[in-house]
Design a protein around this ligand. Structure first.
Ligand code: UDP
Ligand code: MG
Length: 334
């Protein structure tokens, strides 16, 4: 088994040597082959040069150099795509995560999980603008997605390669990895991890990130619940709206016949027209959504299901023929 550690780096000059040292020490003590993939996300403080020096001296180290700052999610995704390990480990480059927790998380993975993510139970960040908003966001995420999670923001995560490869992440979505993986059928576990205060450099985020996380939550909820069948959401809204319009229309007519209320002077008539129009719009949105869902799945070559194991198939090829497409790589999770 080979391990790949992915470290996103954006202006972490003073943390890099220590991070390399600590991660190497932990991985060197395990009986697995390993590599450390540093992704330089457009640093401007000399981090890139530092990383290149380290890569020249240590054959375990690879460096991915971005042309500019593309964000932590993009950095992690690039690292995952270029890594060659069977197990992917993501960790922050600022020494706030504890590399010493990796062996414990690998053991947890061995228990049969596909993804193990950290919970910074004793988080060492500012209370008011970091920990409190994060607590509220995590509570909201757990409620909305139904995924029992206490801390999605911890970058320290250990997962099987096929799971990591399968997650499409855009924007700031790296924190939603466990939820997206869970929705693909991955078995996830959350374990308490250590967390240190930042010693060198500064954080790249502030309070505004919480709002972006909430917006991402809406996208994630939509992707996991309705992306395969948008008509279920928009068609439902359309039906509800048309029904409301119909009822308002009936009420208008009834009020005219029974009470002599002038129809054009009755605001309920406006409601009828409005609700019917909105309802139709929702139906059209649902139909467009259905079309884009098909394009989405087909252009990625990913079917809307995931296979954990295949039994009784001949090695290689047999299932590809059976599936007709043969584009999805079916690797055994064992
Ligand atoms: N990072 C990155 N690109 C960015 C912002 C951050 O690669 O645009 C890296 C950063 O160098 C660090 C990790 O992502 O290794 C986490 O960032 P930070 O410590 O600022 O986040 P916090 O721990 O404060 O949530
Ligand atoms: Mg940090």
């Amino acid at each position: 088994m080979k391990l790949s550690v992915i470290v996103p780096i954006y202006n972490e000059l003073d943390n890099i040597p220590l991070c390399h040292e600590q991660v190497s020490e932990v991985l060197g003590g395990l009986e697995h082959e390993y590599e450390i993939v540093f992704v330089d996300d457009g640093s401007t403080d000399g981090s890139r040069e530092r990383l290149v020096e380290i890569a020249a001296a240590d054959s375990h180290v690879r460096v991915v150099e971005f042309r500019r700052n593309f964000g932590q999610t993009a950095a992690m995704r690039a690292g995952i795509e270029l890594a060659s390990g069977d197990v992917i480990i993501t960790i922050d480059g600022d020494l706030q995560n504890e590399p010493g927790d990796i062996p414990m998380m690998l053991e947890k993975l061995d228990e049969g999980y596909d993804l193990v993510h950290g919970w910074r139970k004793y988080r060492q960040d500012a209370m008011l603008n970091r920990k409190l908003p994060s607590k509220i966001a995590n509570w909201l995420i757990a409620r909305v997605t139904g995924f029992p999670v206490r801390d999605l923001g911890c970058t320290l995560k250990v997962m099987r390669r096929e799971i990591a490869e399968d997650i499409s992440m855009y924007g700031e979505m790296h924190r939603f990895m466990p939820i997206l993986a869970y929705w693909q059928g991955a078995r996830c576990a959350e374990v308490v991890c250590r967390h240190h205060p930042r010693r060198f450099g500064t954080t790249k985020y502030g309070i505004w990130r919480t709002f972006r996380v909430i917006l991402d939550l809406i996208t994630v909820k939509y992707m996991i619940r309705y992306a395969v069948s948008p008509m279920r959401l928009f068609g439902g809204l359309g039906l509800a709206s048309c029904t409301a319009g119909g009822l308002a229309g009936l009420a208008t007519v009834a009020m005219k016949l029974l009470g002599g209320v002038d129809m054009t002077g009755n605001p309920l008539l406006l409601l009828t027209v409005f609700a019917a129009t909105v309802g139709l719009q929702f139906f059209v949105l649902g139909l467009l959504g259905e079309v884009s869902a098909r394009i989405y799945h087909e252009c990625q070559g990913k079917p809307p299901y995931r296979v954990r194991h295949l039994h009784g198939f001949k090695q290689g090829g047999a299932f590809a023929e059976a599936s007709g497409e043969g584009r999805q790589r079916h690797r055994s999770a064992a």
